[in-house]
Design a protein around this ligand. Sequence first.
Ligand code: PBG
Length: 372
Amino acid sequence: MLKCDDVEMVRLRVRGLAPWQTFTFTFTFTLSSMTAMSDSYRLDLTRRPRRMRRTSALRELANETAVLPQHLIQPVFVIDGEGSAEPIESMPGIERLTIPLLIEECQKLLKLGISAVALFPKLDAQCKSDDGREATNPGTLVLRAIRAIKQEIPGMAVITDLALDPYTTHGHDGLLDLSTGDLANDATVEVLAEMAVLAAEAGADLVAPSDMMDGRVGAIREALDGNGHELTGIMAYSAKFASAFYGPFRDAVGSSASAGTKSLDKRTYQLNPANRREALMEIALDEEEGADILMVKPAGPYLDIIREVREETELPLAAYQVSGEYAQIMAAAQNGWLDLEKCRDESLLAIRRAGADMVLTYFAKEYAKSLV
Ligand code: PBG
C-alpha cells in the first residue's frame, strides 16, 4: 500500500510472452505523478486475472473451495457425573461436558448443521490402571455417552476413538510390554477389537483406531463382522504423526497428568513428522485392511500429506485439526495479534483445499454459528 510519503519505491514485475522475456524494473515517482503515469502507461495483457477478483459476485463465482457445517466433525470431551462443565485452560472456549450437557450440546450442533461428533472421555484417576482395563467395562463413560446420544438424538453420527490413552496410568495408547518397555502391538489390538464391538453395540456409527500401531483396521473389521456389526464403519487414523501439537488434548483427557510428564514420547508408534512415503504406506495398508475413511493428523502442518493422500485414494478423507492448532490461533487472538474469525476460517479453508472431505475441528460449532 502506498504511504503518504513524498516518494515511494515501486517494484513492478511484468510478464511477457515467454518466461525468458520476464523482466523486473524499479522506478521512483511522487504520489502526484502517479495518476498521470497510470493513465499513460498500458500493459498489453491478454490475461488479467484480476478481472475475476474485481467484485464480490465475481469472486464468489470463481471460488473453488467451500467449508460448510456438513464437512465438520466436533470433537467433544466427556466427564462423568451431573456437575457443571469444566473449562480446559489450554483450549479456551472448549469444555469437558457431562452426559446431560453433551446431549444439549449435540442438539445445538445438529441445529447448526453439524451432524457428527467424536467423543473423548476424561476419566477420574481411580478408573485408570496400567493395563487400561476400564476401556472394556461395558458401563464405561464413553459407552454410556454413545447410548445417551443415540437414544436422544439418533440423527447425530457418533465417532469413538479406539485407543487406551484415556484409560492407562502411563498415558500411552496401548499395553506396555514390560520386557521391552515398549508398547505391545498385538496384545493391544485384542483389547481394541473388544472396545470396537462394545462401541458398536452401544450404537457408534464409526470407530476410530487412533493408536497408529500395526494391523488395527483388519483385526477390528474382523471383530465387528464376527459380531454382526458389518455396518459399523472404521475411520482410521492412518497417517497420525508424533506431533507436539497434541499437548492441549493431553491436558483435556488427563493423559499427560496421569503419566506425570508433559511430553509423552509416542515415537515408537506414531509417524515420524519427516516421513511422507511412510505416511502413504500407512494409508495404503489401512485401505487394504478395509478402512471406510482415512485420516491425516494433524492437519495444518501436514497439508502436503493431505494432498498426496487425496490423489492416491478414492476413499473419503478426514483431516484432524488438532488441539494445538486450535490453541495457537486462540492464544494469538486473545493477545490481539491475530483476527480470530479470519484465521480460523482460513485454517479450515486450507485443509479443505488440500483435499480433506471432512475436518475434525474444535472450531466446528463456532464456525457453523458464524454462518447463521
Ligand atoms: C489418542 C489421541 C490423541 C489425539 C486424538 N486421539 C493424542 C495423542 O496421540 O496423544 C489428539 C487430538 C488433539 O490433539 O486434538 N489416541
